[in-house]
Structure formats: C-alpha cells, structure tokens
Design a protein around this ligand. Structure first.
Ligand code: GCV
Length: 865
C-alpha cells in the first residue's frame, strides 16, 4: 500500500481530498468485480462488533491472506510453566483459531515435529545450548524466528523473561492479523524503556476523574468490584502493547486504599493482572500516616512516619509480592504534601522509596506541583515555571528507585504546549513522561483527536541537553543521562463502556500510547495503519481512509479550539470541554492567555516576560526568546503580540484565529464525508457509532468556531477580512422568532450562544414553540437546529413545516452540562427538506426536569442532498 502521499502534518489538503476520492473510486470499482474483496467485506459484516475486543479481534483472514500462514506448525510447545507463559500459549491458540480457523495441538515435551515453541532463552538453551548463541535480549525484549530446534524446523518465540515471550506472541499474532509476511521470520524487538505504565484516575466510589467511558472497572461503592473480569481483560489489552504496570486509583488518592482491610482487595486486582505480566501499583496520599495511621503527623522527617511507611509497605508485599510501587501527587491542587512541614518532595519521596527498595518497588513522584492561587495581576507570575522551579533544585537528591513523573508540557495536557523544560532540568534523577490518553482537554472522546501525532513531536523534540542530540524520548528512557530507570506513563481512564473509551476511534490513542512507549521511533502513520488493520480489518480503502482521518484529527481539533499555542480555549473552571475563552483569565489557576483589547499571548521571555524561557537549555531558550524564531504554532505561549502581528504565513494573528476556526469546522464536516464513504466496508455497529459522533463533532466544531471568533472579534474590534464572523445570513435567531411560551434569556458566557441569547421553556409551561416564515425560493434545503442538551433532563423537540412534522428527537445525550452553554450546545441536522416560500416553520420544545428545551437558532442552507 502506497502511503507516501499522506502528509501527517497539518490539516487535510485539497490534494489529499482528491486522492482519497480517486482511491475510493478505484477500489469501489474493483470491489464490485473482485470476489476477494467481497469476501473480506462479508467476513467483516458477519461479525457483531462491540469494540470490546479492541485491536485483539482475531477476525478470520480472507482465504488468500490465510494462505501465507498455511505452513505454520500445527502444535505449540511451552518450555516452562508459569501463569504468564500459560497466557502466551492460550493467546496463541485463541488468535490462530480466530484468524486461521486452526486449533493448535498443545504438546508438553520437546517437539518431535514442527511446532511453535514458546520459552525463555535460558529454557531453550537448557535443551539446545548453541541456539541463538549471539542473541542478547534484555528484560521484556523478544525474538521471533524460524529456526531448527533439535533438528526440526520450528517457529520460536523467545525472550529473557516469560513476559517477553508473551509480548512476542502478541507481536506474532499482530503480524498475522495485518497480513504481514512471516516466511523469513527473524525479528528482535527491545523496549525503549523499562517503565511503560498506565495510570487510571479511578475513585473508590466507582467514578473516574476525567473518565469519559462509564464507571470504573476496578471499584464500586467504596470497594474493589466483586467481578474483576473486565480488569483481567484490560490487563490482556495492556500486555498486548507492552504495558507492564498499572496504577489503578486516582492520583487524588483516597487514603483508605492503604487501610489494612483494603489491601486484600488490592491483592485481588493484582491476581487478575499477574497472568498478563502487568504489575499493580497504587496512588497514595502522603497524609496517610496521620489520616489512617493514627499518628499526629505525616512529616517525612519524623521517624515514626518512616516506620509507618515501612510497615505498610511490608504488609503490601506480603499480600502482593510483585507490587510495582506507588504514585504520589502532593502539594498540588489541594493535596497535602511535605510543604506542610517545610520539607521537600525529595524528603517525602525518600521515606517511601526506602520502604519500597528492599522489595524492588518504585516511587513515581509527580512533578505536577503548583500553586493554583497565583496572583493573576502580577505579570511575572507563571504557572508554567512551577515544575522546574520545584524540582530542578532537587536534582540528585532522589533515591534510585524514585522516578519524577513529568507531564509532557508545563501546563496541563493542553492541545498544544511546548515540551516541559524539566526534562532537561534533571540529570541525576530518573524521569518518566506523563501523557494523557483520556481526552480531557482534547474533546473527551466525543471529538476525534488522534494523539500519537502530538506525542511523537514531543518525544522527538531535542532538548539540547548535551553535545549529542537529546530528544525527550532519550532523556526519559534514561539513555541521555545514563539513568537506571525511566520511561512512560499514560493516563488512560478506561471505563465499563463495552468498548473501553466510548468513541470507537479513541482506542487508537491507547494503542498508540503503548506502541510509542515500546518504540518511540515509530511513525504516527505506522501506528495508525497498524491499529486500523487490527481494529477494522485489511480492506485497503478502509485502512487508508481511517489512517488519514486519524493523522489529521489532532490538527483539525487544534484548529478550532486552541490557536497558536494560546492553550485550549475551553471552560477551565468547569468541564474542560466546550468553549469558555474568558474562563482562564483573572483567576489563580494560571492557564492565562492574557488576551486584551490590543493583543494576546503570555510573554514568557527572559527579556520582558516571566523568564520561563530561561528554564530551557540555551539553544532552545534562544529559539523561544525571539519572536522571529518561535514557531507560529507556539507563538502565543511565549509572546504577547498585537492582533495585527504578521505570522510567517503572512496572515495577521487575528485573521489566523478566524481562518483556522472556519477551516477547522469545515474539515470536521469533511471527516463526516470521508467516513460515509466507508459505508458497507465496515461493520454496521461501529460504522454507525463513529458516524453519530463525527456528526455531533461537526456541529460542536461550529459552536467552538463561533464562540472563539466572536469573543476575539468583540475584544479586538477587528473585523474578519472575509466578513464571516458575526454575519450569519442563513441563521434565524430563536429570540427573533414568534415565541409562544418560550422566553429569551442571556446565555453565560455570552459567546457560547449565537448573539448571546437563546430561548427557554420554563415551567409551568409544558410546551413552547418558536416559529418563523420561510421566504427563500422553492427547493431542497438543509436545516440545522441549534439547541441545548443538558444532562439534567430529557427535553423533546419537534420541527414542523406547516402541519407536517419533519423531525422530532429527545435531547438525551450525556454531555457534561447542567445549563445552556458551550458544553451543551448541540446541532440537529435535517437534510433533504423540501421548502416553499411562505412555509411556516415551527420548532416545539417540551421541557423535562431542569432542562428547559432551550433553543439557540435555526439555519437553513440550500442543499442538493
Ligand atoms: C487527577 C488536571 C486535571 C485533574 C487532575 C490533575 C492531575 O488538573 O484537571 O483532574 O487530577 O490534572 O493531573 O493531577
């Protein structure tokens, strides 16, 4: 498959659009003629796809593709006996049965005929000392090879550890699922770093902080779930992408997790993780010695506190001998920490690290320590500086089993941030990068946003921390500064939703995270293609289309939510979801963009700004200090500029803001069109589920576009050169319609409703209507009804043309909103509507609960559809 034309930087280009069209046309033609593709298509359609299997579907391969694997041995031998090796064997049997329809025979002894042999290098060599004499495998690395074993041709999956063998089996199955040739198999893979973990922000009551896919798979009602089937299935998914550790509870940790009575519950989770080589970890609250331990202090310098941690850790290891360690969030967002006693993070980490060390456990101390009561009036204050300011002075003061867990950017998982300067600020301390798989600020699994594109740029960014290039991936993996430990942590927050993350395409982010943690040199396009093949099959048109959509989606999301590095312009005081441009200003949270009447952006330069730039090594600092060398996409992160400042594109800042938001909304609509070309090529379930989300996203991108553009138009007073902002010729505002029982009200913030106003149907009214007369020419139209869908009611809407009901629906989505605004604003699209001049159009709303069937506007566009 020729993928060279996919340019994974930037928005979709016209050329890419045309190419897709040609490609789809060509393949459509061949599909009609070709029995092969038809078979693949039928095979796909026959399966009910819930998404539960994620990328481990093991769907039957079409006949011709299966031919490649006809010579695979008919039996499997595992050299050794362990739960992990059993999983490896079971997985191999399961995968081959699913994809090839063949059930491997399980042999217990050395093969007497060709077999697939699973075992560690030492187990192989015990039988055949010269085998793979020159192969060296470390920790979780593995080797897949066709080789003679005892004179018999075998397929061998080997590694230094059983876990490596399991990873090798997953890799072999992945190759087969993607129809990759294995006839000359000889491949070694070594993970880039030892630490490849995930954190889950699950609360003990079953809710998940920043989780968007249902309740916790680990906890309910204050306890570990009785049924941990899903937790076991999750561990299998994690293992398949090389993840070896998982912290299951929120970093805003409930101290109860360490209570004696709770530890056996944790042990049950460890039990279901163990067969998959995933080690359990827990987030702990530093005040635990006082809150649950009965001490009058949690001062890390107090010997009683050290003793408490030691005893607690020993108790944990008695129950969970392979416990991986703990995650600490302290002195941050209201969490208590060593600052209470004037101690440092190094003091606090040491106490726990020393308790863990004899057992081989690790402390992940999060660098996300900052003051969220910053004085916004002081132009020198800057939250971005906090991690470096707090941790750089402590470099070298942490034990070797402590890892500083650093968010990828200096603020908080915004849609675009520079790389955290702390990565190059610690030379004598272990580090891990924290990436966020759960889409807190990037569309909450309602908008498509494939994050490996962003992560790859971060991991490849050269920090100039020495004479050699020192990309972030080399620093965190310990290579640059020769650290013994380090790696990757992804915040995932899967939930009980059958498909784990809600949006069927969001699982590409979890897969991509795991793949990059294993090998950060992979290209996003490779990851996107792999994931698509594994998740949707090998139909070339589907693969190509989905890959293209994934690769463009982060740029598209950014273009309508967070221009030029200003940060995501979302409501930072609420859900972090819809637009709320002003919410970041004039408060202590420090996510400021400093937009005023004349300009926008944070001056973080050393010369005139906060001095943040100086936290980078000299070459990086030099680049960001100057307006001329700061890349446009981060301009407003580093500089405060007038709206008329001309970017390297030749556009002014303000025009860029307008254009990118219009372009982003258009491209989101184009994603819907692209997806629709896949109808019939994918299973109906996931096709429909993705289509619904993309259509919703296309509507919400318009909400974002209008909110951000209007806000900047209001504050700057500079008109859009193309006359779009503030002018909506096809739009009829609800408040200007003929209202029956509906009453106008002001929406707050005003930019989140068209014209700042909407209408609502307040009790005691039971039904309201808003009507207008259509005065356009006779023809086919598309009508868009913009209404507010809150989560505290289920209003009903009806649209009538004359007496004819043309559409009706319930506002019953589960958006993060209890009031009308940017989070709840939703678009209903009615297509192919025949209208004549003089038609009376009426929208009726029936309120429910706290949701008052609020209506913003109606738009009517001529449409041949
Ligand atoms: C778990 C952000 C999120 C919080 C999260 C915090 C963190 O502030 O909004 O929900 O808390 O980061 O990473 O600790």
């Amino acid at each position: 498959m020729d993928r060279r034309h996919i340019n994974d930087a930037g928005l979709l280009s016209v050329a890419e659009g045309n190419h897709m069209h040609r490609l789809q046309h060509g393949f459509r033609h061949r599909a009609i003629c070709g029995a092969v593709l038809l078979f693949a298509f039928l095979a796909n359609c026959a399966r009910a796809e819930t998404g539960a299997e994620a990328w481990l579907r093991y769907a039957p391969l079409e006949k011709q593709a299966a031919q490649e694997y006809a010579a695979l041995p008919a039996s499997v031998v595992a050299l050794g006996d362990s739960p992990v090796l059993d999983s490896a064997k079971g997985e191999l049997i399961r995968g081959l049965r699913g994809m090839l329809g063949r059930t491997l025979r399980e042999e217990r002894n050395l093969p007497r005929e060709s077999a697939i042999v699973l075992g560690t290098l030492s187990a192989l060599r015990a039988n055949s000392p010269k085998l793979f004499e020159h192969v060296e495998l470390r920790e979780d690395g593995f080797l897949l090879a066709k080789e003679k074993f005892h004179g018999i041709d075998c397929v061998i999956v080997t590694a230094a550890t059983d876990r490596g063998v399991l990873y090798g089996v997953f890799a072999l199955l992945s190759k087969i699922a993607r129809s990759e040739r294995i006839s000359a198999l000889h491949e070694t893979q070594q993970p880039y770093a030892r630490i490849r973990w995930v954190d889950e922000w699950d609360n003990l009551d079953g809710r998940i902080e920043r989780g968007y896919a249902g309740p916790s798979i680990f906890f309910e009602n204050g306890n570990v779930r009785g049924d941990l089937t899903r937790a076991g299935e999750y561990a299998r998914l994690l293992a398949s992408i090389g993840i070896n550790g998982c912290a299951i509870n929120n970093v805003n940790a409930n101290p109860r997790v360490l209570e004696d009575s709770f530890l056996p519950q944790l042990a049950r989770v460890a039990d279901v993780f163990r067969p998959w080589g995933v080690q359990l970890s827990a987030s702990v609250d530093l005040s635990s010695p006082k809150v649950i331990g009965g001490l009058d202090t949690f001062d890390p310098a107090d010997p009683r506190v050290a003793e408490w941690w030691k005893k607690k850790v020993d108790d944990i290891y008695r129950l969970i001998p392979d416990f991986a360690g703990v995650v600490v969030k302290a002195d941050s967002e209201g969490r208590l920490g060593p600052a209470t006693y004037g101690r440092t993070p190094a003091d606090a980490a040491k106490v726990i690290a020393r308790a863990l060390a004899p057992h081989g456990g690790i402390v992940f101390y999060r660098a996300f320590v900052y003051n969220h009561h910053l004085d916004w009036r002081d132009p020198k204050n800057d939250r971005a500086k906090a991690a470096y300011d707090n941790f750089h002075p402590l470099d070298g003061k942490f034990d070797d089993n402590v890892i500083i867990q650093i968010k990828h950017g200096p603020i908080d998982f915004q849609v675009r941030e520079p790389v955290s300067p702390l990565f190059s600020g610690l030379e004598k301390t272990n580090e891990a990068i924290e990436l966020q798989v759960t889409q807190e600020y990037t569309g909450q699994q309602r908008h498509l946003c494939f994050l490996p594109t962003m992560w790859k740029q971060i991991l490849d960014f050269d920090m100039h921390a020495g004479e050699q290039p020192s990309p972030v991936k080399d620093i965190v993996s310990g290579k640059t500064f020769h650290r013994p430990l380090g790696g990757f942590v992804g915040v995932v927050n899967v939930g009980m939703d059958t498909n784990w993350l809600n949006h069927p395409l969001a699982m590409a982010n979890l897969y991509g995270y795991g793949r990059l943690a294993w090998n950060p040199n992979l290209y996003p396009s490779t990851i996107a293609e792999e994931w698509t093949r594994l998740s949707f099959g090998n139909d070339p048109v589907a693969v190509h289309t989905i890959e293209l959509m994934l690769l463009k989606s982060w740029y598209i999301y950014e273009s309508y939510t967070g221009p030029l590095g200003a940060g995501t312009l979302t409501d930072i005081l609420g859900s972090h979801y819809g637009p709320g441009v002003e919410s970041s200003e004039q408060n202590g949270w420090g996510q400021w963009h400093r937009a005023d009447h004349d300009g926008v952006g944070m001056d973080r330069t050393a010369a005139t700004g906060t001095g943040y730039v100086d936290q980078y090594r000299a070459p990086v600092a030099k680049m960001y200090e100057s307006l001329n060398t700061t890349p446009d996409e981060l301009l407003l992160f580093f500089h405060h500029v007038p709206y008329t400042y001309v970017l390297s594109s030749g556009k002014t800042v303000i025009q860029h803001i307008y254009d990118s938001h219009y372009e982003g909304a258009e491209q989101t609509a184009y994603l819907v069109q692209l997806w629709k070309t896949l109808k019939g090529r994918l299973d109906e379930e996931r096709y429909g589920a993705v289509l619904r989300r993309l259509e919703y996203q296309a509507g919400h991108a318009i909400v974002w576009r209008d909110a951000v553009c209007n806000w900047f138009f209001q504050i700057s007073g500079i008109a859009d050169r193309l006359g779009r902002v503030g002018h909506y010729p096809d739009r009829i505002e609800a408040e200007s319609m003929q209202l029956q029982s509906y009453a106008p009200f002001d929406v707050v913030p005003r930019e989140t409703a068209s014209g700042g106003k909407a209408v609502e149907c307040r009790p005691p009214a039971e039904k309201c209507s808003a009507a207008f007369r259509f005065d356009g020419a006779a023809g086919k139209y598309e009508m868009n009804v913009e209404y507010f869908d809150q989560n505290n009611g289920r209003s009903k809407f009806r649209v009538l043309v004359g007496d004819r009901v043309v559409d009706e629906w319930f506002a019953d989505d589960h958006l993060p909103a209890t009031k009308p605004g940017g989070d709840s604003s939703t678009r209903r699209r009615i297509v192919g509507l025949a209208l004549r001049p003089g038609d009376d159009i009426r929208v009726e709303g029936v309120p429910d609960g706290e949701e008052h069937a609020a209506l913003d506007y109606v738009e009517i566009h001529a449409s041949p559809e």
